[in-house]
Design a protein. Structure first.
Length: 178
């Protein structure tokens, strides 16, 4: 079971089916999904994809958190995930997707920090990855602010991606330095 987490400005709570319309609306913005292959333009396939992701059991302590601003807790800002890579593993990935209205405000980094802390301190994971499309410089900056480093080229649905990684030790060292 995922727990609700609060940061200075944000509330992260487990994603539920109540979030599906907000997720679909966010994904229909072509700028938001520009670097992520998916069924964003097929409403039925998109809804099925989201339903499967929302209802999936990714394992104890893994899943998606919906992100809301404390100042307006009804407004969906996006989500953070900590799941097996591409929902199959074996590696565990962190990822984020936020509405365009949130961009440039540091929300992705702020929301992802406690999720990484959960990964290492609660789940006792040794390593977490983030696969990012080469042109997605904003997500690359978020990953680097979190202490992740690019380690190798990979592919997602036949498209090139860069795999970023962080170990538990690197996270703790980065957390102390931040």
């Amino acid at each position: 079971m995922l727990v609700t987490v609060e940061t200075g400005r944000l509330i992260l709570r487990p994603r539920t089916m109540a979030d599906i319309e907000a997720c679909m609306a966010m994904d229909r913005d072509p700028e938001v999904t520009k670097f992520i292959p998916g069924p964003w333009n097929d409403p039925e396939a998109h809804r099925l994809f989201l339903t499967n992701r929302i209802q999936a059991d990714f394992g104890e302590g893994l899943g998606y958190w919906s992100v809301f601003a404390k100042e307006n807790p009804e407004q969906f800002l996006g989500w953070i995930l900590l799941i097996p890579a591409d929902a199959v593993g074996p590696e565990i990935e962190i990822g984020w997707r936020l509405n365009r209205l949130t961009w440039g405000k540091g929300y992705a980094t702020e929301a992802a920090r406690p999720v990484l802390a959960h990964a290492f301190r609660t789940l006792d994971l040794r390593e977490v990855i983030a696969d990012i499309a080469p042109g997605n410089t904003a997500s690359m900056r978020v990953a680097e602010k979190l202490g992740l480093s690019p380690t190798r080229a990979t592919e997602y649905l036949g498209q090139p991606f860069a795999s970023y990684r962080i170990t538990r030790e690197a996270f703790e060292a980065h957390s102390k330095a931040s």
